[in-house]
Design a protein around this ligand. Structure first.
Ligand SMILES: Nc1nc2c(ncn2[C@@H]2O[C@H](COP(=O)(O)OP(=O)(O)OP(=O)(O)O)[C@@H](O)[C@H]2O)c(=O)[nH]1
Ligand SMILES: [K+]
Ligand SMILES: [Mg+2]
Length: 429
């Protein structure tokens, strides 16, 4: 893998949570990590053995703290570099004193967010899919999010990609042989090669079609839409069990799109309250209505409170008949009442039922959009290759597929992506 960062600097950061706390973990990684630790803590312990040491500031000899220190030797460390971890007392002043002493040493500086992980990636300790999984793991708030992120952070996707890459290289080698012996017409070998290519394409197709990470990461977007005064905001509040949206008897109360994140049984949803759809002369309301239409079409699910004749086209449309306590005139749809609570349980069950088809199950592998698009590219190239006769063209499609796989794992062409990714990390990770 290409070197992505020049690691002449040794980086320092508080890797544990916000102080004060019982214990803080300060990490250093880079070529000066051991030398700095020796000056502050004295002789270093054997690798991967925690020892208690007095920490003193080399600048003036004053005692900073008594702390456990652990040393990890590169390249077999989490970053691939020499690492020293300090587990000191977790008071603000203690942490500051230690960090100041560390960055006072030659070649040492504060780390940027995600920089430890970035170095792990640059040194091939993890691949891009594991770094992305780690970012999701740090952000996970529900149990479902945690398990899915764990699978990716733990290298399940990396292993799959590595396997595919090996197979692609082997197929490419066979295609090269076919090019060299093109004149000697060995039809049997061609048929075998093409069927091996199609098998690989089928393997990839399974993951291309699997549920995606985004609805799990960001919550499944459920638009609540319909005519003015249909009871949309009341329904959102009832589902969220909290008065998030303004409710009045005045038609046209809601103008902006209001997002209310909720978790139902560990599944993340974002309820989206919208402006009532109607012809309006009001400029502001019209903007809101435009946004409401966009949400109604673009959301993962749509709860529709209007007449079924006016319902927008949506794959996941849930037709409800609101204000059922006032009597249900139209038999089509699920009767719900924000006032009595009728139908709310059935509605939640329906949301969960549809959600389960959109979400990766447990630790089932799932891709995000970028990974999905690249894997589709690879798979499409293999499908084309499986139909070709000319070994030169087959070899070219195999190369296209391998490049796409390499971009998923970060072996090729991802520099533009790294800043965005590591911006999501906390300091010290
Ligand atoms: N009886 C009854 N009244 C309801 C129910 N839900 C809402 N209402 C009333 O209907 C009126 C409109 O409710 P909202 O929730 O503001 O309706 P909306 O669809 O968000 O309205 P806009 O944002 O203006 O489009 C309010 O007076 C609510 O109290 C219900 O289930 N039963
Ligand atoms: K209203
Ligand atoms: Mg409203």
């Amino acid at each position: 893998m290409a070197a992505l960062v020049t690691a002449n600097d040794t980086i320092v950061a508080l890797s544990s949570g916000r102080p004060p706390a019982a214990i803080a973990v300060v990490r250093t990684s880079g070529p000066q990590a051991f030398a700095a630790a020796e000056r502050i803590a004295g002789e270093l312990p054997a690798a991967r053995t925690a020892v208690l040491r007095r920490l003193a500031d080399p600048a003036n000899g004053s005692l900073i703290d008594q702390a456990l220190i652990v040393r990890f030797d590169g390249p077999n460390s989490s970053t691939g570099e020499d690492i020293v971890e300090y587990q000191c007392h977790g008071g603000r002043a203690t942490i500051d004193a230690l960090i100041n002493a560390l960055i006072g040493e030659a070649g040492m500086r504060l780390a940027e967010p995600g920089e430890f992980t970035r170095r792990a990636l640059a040194n091939g300790r993890i691949d891009l899919t594991e770094a992305e999984g780690l970012a999701d793991l740090l952000a996970a708030e529900t149990e479902l999010q945690r398990r899915s992120a764990m699978a990716r952070a733990g290298g399940a996707l990396r292993a799959r990609l590595d396997d595919w890459r090996e197979r692609l290289l082997a197929l490419a080698a066979r295609a090269e042989v076919a090019i060299d012996y093109a004149d000697e017409e060995d039809g049997a070998e061609d048929v075998e090669l093409r069927s091996a290519i199609r098998m690989l394409a089928d393997d990839m197709a399974l993951l291309v079609e699997a549920p995606r990470v985004e609805p799990l990461r960001d919550g499944i977007r459920v638009a609540v839409a319909g005519p003015p005064n249909a009871g949309k905001s009341s329904l959102v509040n009832a589902l969220a069990q909290s008065e998030k949206a303004i409710v009045t008897p005045i038609a046209g109360t809601t103008r902006d799109v209001i997002e209310v994140p909720i978790a139902i049984a560990g599944t993340p949803f974002v309820l989206v309250d919208t402006a009532g759809l109607r012809e309006s002369a009001d400029v502001v309301e019209n903007i809101g209505i435009g946004r409401a239409r966009q949400e109604a079409e673009g959301s993962d699910m749509l709860i529709w409170l209007g007449s079924s004749h006016d319902a927008p086209n949506h794959r996941e449309l849930i037709q409800v008949v609101a204000k059922s306590d006032l009597g249900v005139s139209e038999a089509l749809g699920l009767p719900v009442s924000a006032i009595t609570g009728q139908g709310l349980d059935q509605l939640t069950v329906e949301l969960l039922r549809r959600a389960s088809a959109m979400l990766p199950r447990g630790d089932e592998l799932a891709l995000d959009r970028r990974q999905h698009d690249l894997l589709s590219e690879a798979q499409a190239a293999l499908c084309r290759a499986g139909e070709l006769d000319d070994a030169v063209l087959i070899a070219e499609e195999l190369r296209v597929a391998r490049l796409a796989i390499d971009r998923i794992s970060g072996r090729a062409g991802v520099e533009d992506l790294l800043d965005t990714l590591f911006g999501r990390f906390c300091l010290g990770k």
